[in-house]
Design a protein around this ligand. Structure first.
Ligand SMILES: Nc1nc2c(ncn2[C@@H]2O[C@H](COP(=O)(O)OP(=O)(O)OP(=O)(O)O)[C@@H](O)[C@H]2O)c(=O)[nH]1
Length: 506
């Protein structure tokens, strides 16, 4: 099953759930069964599929969700984040290190776009300040060296290869040694591709790998191969130490081409995708936007989506649930602080980040008071102080949203003593909590319609609610009230049915 079909079936399953009058456990079960069977047929690992189901069931707890809560949105959102999670093998790919010769070897079937990708990859890192070089260890295809030479010349990247030498191992070894001696810090080895997986190709690949001892082996896969993806990727992984995947020809008809399966098979992340024949047509792969595209949700700019984009995936389902219940606890605040701390260097560049700035600012609390411009260092220190104080709180306090309990004077005194901070610091932290809690609760009262969208019938109320809930600078970034209005109009106009139709799947 090609990915387009997989995406179509998942979208259809979500759609049939959206059509149901009441969403209960039976409806959810049916929807999840359909999604699971689609994934299994697409060769996605059984274990992953089971995990996905379990996780979604955990998020959508019917006993906890009172009537009127936005189950559809929560389910859709968790399917999305679970798929994204599947694309994330849990460990990032090898990161190139400056100041040492990084050796990267490319493997894949003939015609997958390996040679083209080698050049794109070199060019990408050349622009990032690396000094790349390419070695053509493809002695199988007659024109391979010429092709690499042509590409390399165009990109002004040094290359190594031979018209006469027939042993790829020898060429690879000589090339890598030469470029190491020349001080290149990114040495790319292109290997032979063959028509299909064959023993000779794998033996040769292994021999080249043994001699060049790469820091990273990249498996290049044509996105249109569909069902064969899993077996092919696995065959390469079994022979060589594949650590990352590049999916090519994403500009063609294929919607995704087995990226999910390749990740499952190689347990390695997709790092780039090829989107054309030109040198600069290589995009950093981003699981979230890929899945959105897969599900035809690329245009769905829902408010909740925007907020969740900025929050680590593993925290999303839980956070969404809490958000839907309007429960804001000190623990959530603590977790948000952790996120902000992790994003540390970004904060300094935040003004340059454009849309990301907007997204991050939507995390309740990531607002002007907490992170005033030009005061990032001070703000970080303040956040750290808050976190130290929260470390002295009990679980009961951290998990409560009851102000009477949280701000009880004797408790505050205890926290101050426990953390070695003056009482007024603890009070300041509680004030911050109150502010964030208010912003958070503002989101809860938005009027959502049956389709899980902001309800157009309540446009005015929603507008008022949003403009109150949003930090002023976020509102400004959205283009003020007018921008907000447009965004809502866009959201209102987009339902699943409409999106399916526009994708030709309805
Ligand atoms: N449209 C499109 N074409 C691509 C992309 N990547 C590669 N190609 C084209 O795919 C064809 C095969 O690419 P190559 O780079 O020669 O493939 P290869 O895997 O190196 O093939 P061998 O050297 O024979 O193993 C070429 O015509 C490329 O221009 C891509 O992302 N999009």
């Amino acid at each position: 099953m090609v990915l387009a079909e997989l995406g179509g079936r998942i979208t259809a399953a979500l759609q049939s759930m959206t059509n149901a009058t009441v969403i209960d456990e039976a409806v959810l079960k049916e929807c999840l069964n359909e999604i699971a069977s689609a994934l299994l047929q697409a060769d996605v690992n059984v274990k992953f599929v089971k995990e996905m189901r379990d996780n979604i069931k955990k998020v959508v707890n019917f006993d906890d969700l009172a009537a009127g809560h936005n189950k559809r949105r929560i389910i859709q959102q968790s399917v999305l984040s679970e798929l994204v999670r599947m694309l994330d093998p849990g460990k990032p790919a090898y990161q190139l290190k400056k100041g040492k010769p990084n050796v990267v070897m490319f493997v894949g079937l003939q015609g997958s776009g390996k040679t083209t990708t080698c050049t794109k990859y070199s060019y990408y890192y050349q622009r990032k300040g690396f000094k790349p070089a390419m070695v053509c260890a493809d002695t199988f295809r007659a024109g391979a060296f010429d092709q690499l030479k042509q590409n390399a010349t165009k990109a002004k990247i040094p290359f190594y290869g031979s018209y006469t030498e027939t042993d790829p191992v020898k060429i690879a070894q000589e090339g890598v040694e030469r470029f190491k001696a020349e001080g290149c810090d990114l040495i790319i080895v292109d290997t032979s591709g063959r028509h299909k997986q064959e023993a000779a190709l794998f033996e040769e690949m292994k021999a080249v790998e043994d001699v060049v001892n790469p820091d990273l082996v990249i498996f290049v896969m044509d996105s249109s191969i569909g069902q064969a993806a899993f077996a092919q990727a696995k065959a390469f992984k079994d022979t060589s130490n594949v650590g990352a995947v590049v999916v090519t020809k994403m500009d063609g008809h294929a919607k995704g081409g087995g990226a999910l399966s390749a990740v499952a098979a190689t347990k390695s992340p997709v790092i780039f995708m090829g989107t054309g024949e030109h040198m600069d047509e290589l995009e950093v792969f981003e699981a979230k936007s890929f899945v959105s595209r897969l599900l035809g949700m690329g245009d769905m700019s829902s408010f909740v989506n925007k907020i969740t984009e900025a929050i680590p995936l593993d925290q999303q389902p839980e956070l969404l649930e809490k958000l839907s219940q309007g429960q804001f606890t000190l623990r959530i605040m603590y977790e948000q602080f952790q996120n902000i701390q992790k994003m540390g260097p970004l904060n300094q560049n935040i003004q340059k980040m454009g849309p990301l700035n907007q997204v991050m600012s939507m995390i309740p609390g990531f607002n002007e008071q907490l992170m005033p411009k030009g005061m990032e260092k001070e703000s970080q220190a303040r956040i750290k102080r808050f976190m130290t104080m929260m470390d002295s709180m009990t679980d009961e306090e951290l998990d409560s949203s009851n102000l009477k309990l949280i701000a009880d004077p004797s408790r505050l005194t205890r926290v101050a003593r426990g953390s070695g901070r003056p009482l007024r610091d603890v009070q300041e932290m509680i004030e911050e909590y109150k502010k964030m809690s208010k912003a958070w609760n503002g989101m809860k009262n938005l009027k959502i319609n049956k389709k899980g969208m902001l309800n157009p019938a309540n446009q005015n109320q929603n507008m008022a609610q949003l403009s109150k809930a949003l930090p002023p600078q976020v509102l400004r970034q959205m283009g003020g009230i007018g921008g907000l209005q447009n965004m809502m109009k866009e959201m209102n106009g987009k339902d699943m049915q409409g999106m399916l139709k526009s994708m030709g799947m309805g």
